[in-house]
Design a binder for this molecule. Structure first.
Ligand code: NAP
Ligand code: SF4
Length: 660
């Protein structure tokens, strides 16, 4: 019997039979609007179909020009679009998979100058106000959805997903927050839901009975003026009656100030919201958000929260997630750590989505791991992210790899990260890479720092010895009240009540989070999370649970005058800042460090000398490259510490591992 019996039950959807309950959810890959997009998307989705996902949902494509997300066109509105797409469903079908095209109209969330919405109200996450749609334009937009679905069908897609969550155009029609119309499209809910109902009805009429029509419904809006539980159920029933095959769920508008997929969100935290929709309709319902492991997916299905589970980022991290789960190979799954760093954050820099823990994601046509022409002996010195990534790829390609790690465990900086509240998932990555090395037959030598003579015996030497914390030249830096971030996070040192943190990069913020919240359940337990962020049991917003007196009085300092936390992730930095504000953290910029002595840290700000009274001063002033040995190849932090992050370390490791 399967280790996950609920996950691997078939699902009949009329003439379509899905082999399991795993949906690869929609993600913006950044490839949608690129000239080589179709070719790369075909390879990307085909790999996920081969990996066993029962149903794949593409990134969003707009049914017309006004609905594009950005200035670059990503539409399904012309016959040329249809023809450009045909390779994508063809490639997925060749692998035995099924794929639906997501139709997304951005409404007031678009970042271009033609944005439209039910009412001309600016979103708090967009500097530009939309133009109000005239009644005849609403009819035309509905027809555009129907036309796009028809084209999708002709292109070979198995269906469409109509994006009706996350605060895009359809949700803007549904919620009184954004719909102030007084015609037949606004006012009471029965008018506001006319727009999505008509879209589903006309899409169904345009495509016929066998075509999959998935509607992604906002199960929780998490904004003032959003739908309540009763309204959401009415919408779900109307969508079912209009002819949808499946109801997918989404959580929270993009402008909501509650995290919905970040690391701060416990696994499966919102599955309960799918359950109440499932209880109200007969068509299958899909749960989503922070579902990243098969045992969790199984639990959600077994509990009756949903009929299927949607995993998006988890499929970036491991395209073979479904096949491995089917084989019961939990240890072989590369788990998404919910960092958003190489996937969602890339959208804002215009880079295609990839994955920190799986650098091949989105590079399927570029980063191939082929057998080498000759088998070599390779020493990889350093078992952090760069070394692990390089050693795993090189060993799997067939080289004889020996990994030397000076410490007593693999993982490097990941071992510190995993202790930060919300970053527990880093432990999964360490375990996964360790398992890959074991399976590939690599020799792992812990507590071993090789000498030059020993390394001379290898054909290739890879230096991946990482970084050393920078010790800033502040007078008094050796005072006993000064500790390093690594000492604190590893438990070798502890902090007193008043803490000054020198340096406000990612690690400075992590240290503050650790001091305030280590051991608290808000990032692990859905009920504690809901109380912490102010979500009532029925999904309504309420006051967050009282934070109480913070454990530490923290002052964070930096020399530059850039905005606080500007180096944090685009989609996650606000969560960190909100948590630290709640913990009463004081932040100071444009600071000159004068000296450290018994009373604390003396600084000068705008010409005024001040004392930051502190029991403990934690140094988070960045890192310097640490090259413990000499070797031909140097990767990760050992190559360059500046701007080092896990994404670059893992990518450099994989690239070198593929090239050796
Ligand atoms: P970082 O982001 O480079 O920040 C280093 C901090 O130290 C800066 O605030 C810098 O600010 C300060 N600093 C540098 N030289 C100094 C000196 N000589 N004296 C005093 N202060 C000095 O490095 P990090 O925080 O160690 O993080 C390392 C890497 O991991 C980064 O790439 C980071 O993005 C990544 N990371 C990311 C996250 C995340 O949540 N996204 C979390 C952890 C780590 P001033 O120069 O203004 O003083
Ligand atoms: Fe998950 Fe991070 Fe990879 Fe995105 S980059 S898929 S969040 S592990």
């Amino acid at each position: 019997m399967s280790r996950y019996p609920y996950l691997f039950r078939r699902l009949e959807l009329g003439s379509t039979v899905l082999p399991n309950r795993i949906v690869m959810g929609s993600m913006h890959t950044g490839l949608e609007s690129r000239p080589d997009g179709p070719e790369r998307l075909a390879a990307f989705y085909a790999e996920r179909a081969r990996g066993g996902a029962a149903l794949i949902v593409t990134g969003g494509f707009s049914p017309n020009a006004a609905g594009n997300l950005g200035p670059h066109r990503a539409e399904m509105s012309t016959e040329a679009d249809r023809d450009r797409h045909a390779d994508i469903p063809r490639a997925v079908h060749a692998e035995g998979g099924r794929i639906v095209l997501q139709l997304l109209h951005s409404g007031r969330y678009g970042f271009h100058d033609r944005i439209v919405a039910p009412s001309p109200l600016k979103s708090p996450i967009n500097s530009q106000a939309p133009r109000e749609l005239a009644a005849e334009e609403i009819q035309r937009t509905i027809e555009d959805f129907a036309q796009a679905a028809r084209l999708a069908r002709e292109a070979g897609y198995d269906g469409v997903e109509i994006m009706g969550s996350e605060g895009y155009l359809i949700t803007q029609f549904l919620a009184a927050r954004t719909n102030r119309r007084s015609d037949e499209w606004g006012g009471p809910l029965e008018n506001r839901l006319r727009f999505p109902s008509e879209i589903v009805r006309r899409v169904r009429a345009a495509t016929g009975a066998g075509f999959l029509v998935v509607f992604r419904l906002s199960a929780l809006d998490l904004v003032e003026g959003g739908l309540d539980a009763a309204d959401t159920i009415r919408v779900a029933r109307a969508i079912e009656a209009a002819g949808a095959t499946l109801l997918n769920t989404g959580i929270g508008w993009h402008e909501a100030r509650i995290p919905t997929i970040a690391q701060a969100v416990p696994r499966g935290a919102f599955a309960w919201a799918s359950r109440r929709i499932r209880e109200a309709v007969k068509i299958p319902v899909i749960a989503s958000n922070r579902i990243n492991a098969p045992e969790l997916a199984e639990e959600i299905l077994a509990r009756g929260d949903a009929d299927m589970v949607s995993l998006a980022r988890a499929m970036l991290a491991d395209p073979e997630f479904a096949a491995k789960a089917h084989a019961g190979d939990r240890e072989g799954i590369n788990i998404c750590i919910a960092c958003n760093q190489a996937c969602l954050d890339h959208y804002f820099t215009g880079e295609p989505a990839s994955c920190v823990v799986n650098p091949r994601a989105g590079r399927e046509t570029e980063l191939a791991f082929r057998p080498p022409s000759a088998r070599k002996t390779i020493a990889v010195v350093g078992g952090g992210p760069a070394g692990l990534s390089c050693a795993a790829v090189a060993a799997e390609r067939g080289h004889a790899v020996t990994l030397f790690e000076q410490g007593s465990e693999l993982g490097g900086q990941f071992n510190l990260a995993k202790r930060v509240p919300g970053k527990q998932e880093f432990a999964e990555s360490i375990a996964y890479y360790g398992e890959r090395l074991r399976r590939a037959g690599a020799r792992v030598l812990l507590n071993r720092a090789p000498g030059e003579a020993e390394l001379r015996a290898f054909d290739e030497v890879v230096v991946a010895t990482g970084v050393r914390p920078r010790k800033p030249p502040i007078p008094g830096i050796d005072h006993p009240k000064v500790i390093g971030y690594a000492d604190l996070l590893s438990g070798r040192a502890s902090a007193g009540r008043d803490v000054a943190i020198v340096g406000m990069g990612g690690i400075g913020f992590d240290v503050a989070l650790y001091l305030l919240y280590a051991g608290e359940p808000a990032t692990l337990d859905p009920a504690a999370f809901a109380a912490h962020w102010g979500i009532a049991p029925d999904g309504a917003l309420r006051e967050p649970a009282s934070a109480g007196a913070p454990r530490h009085r923290i002052t964070m300092l930096k020399r530059s005058s850039t905005p606080f936390g500007h180096t944090l992730g685009r989609t996650t930095g606000w969560v960190h800042r909100a948590e630290l504000a709640r913990g009463g953290v004081r932040m100071m910029k444009a600071v000159e460090y004068l000296r450290i002595e018994d009373a604390g840290l003396h600084v000068r700000v705008e010409g005024n000398d001040q004392l930051i009274a502190a029991d403990t001063i934690v140094i988070c002033a960045g890192q310097e490259a640490h090259r413990a040995v000499v070797g031909r190849h140097v990767i990760g932090g050992a190559r360059e510490a500046g701007e080092l992050d896990a994404e670059r370390a893992m990518l450099e490791g994989a690239r070198l591992g593929a090239a050796l």
